[in-house]
Design a binder for this molecule. Structure first.
Ligand code: FES
Length: 134
């Protein structure tokens, strides 16, 4: 008995697998193709790259740079207090013990709670400012 020819309108199982593989590769490429921004610490003139997916503090730490003081990394100690001089960012809720609503409105934030949305220029604030690398 003779089999009917395969239709070219619907993909073969092998074609479907190849299409799924291509989709998976595209999704993986998208997941790994992250956007990075330049963050400049005005106090030192030093810059580092920070991904849109990481906090300003994590980006600085990842590159082993000096600049923003590092403490709890969770918004609890306030040592990473900075003033964003220019650039766009997103911020998670911050303790009012360390950053008042007025300060936040003026661009004063905790670097461990902020992710960049563009290149950023910042100044380090607070007691730890004197410990910023020169
Ligand atoms: S490192 Fe403690 S508040 Fe950011």
């Amino acid at each position: 008995m003779k089999r009917p020819p395969r239709s070219t309108a619907s993909p073969s199982p092998e074609g479907e697998q190849a299409a799924l593989g291509a989709s998976r590769r595209e999704a993986e490429a998208t997941a790994t193709a992250r956007t990075y921004f330049a963050v400049t610490v005005a106090d030192t003139g030093e810059s580092f790259r920070c991904g849109e997916h990481e906090t300003l503090l994590a980006g600085m730490e990842r590159l082993g740079k000096c600049g923003i003081p590092v403490g709890c990394r969770g918004g609890g100690c306030g040592v990473c207090k900075v003033r964003i001089e220019s650039g766009a960012f997103s911020a998670r809720a911050m303790s009012r013990e360390h950053v008042s609503a007025e300060e936040e409105g003026a661009g004063i934030v905790l670097a461990c709670r902020v992710k960049p949305l563009s290149d950023i220029r910042l100044a380090v604030l607070g007691q730890m400012k004197k410990k910023v690398c020169a």
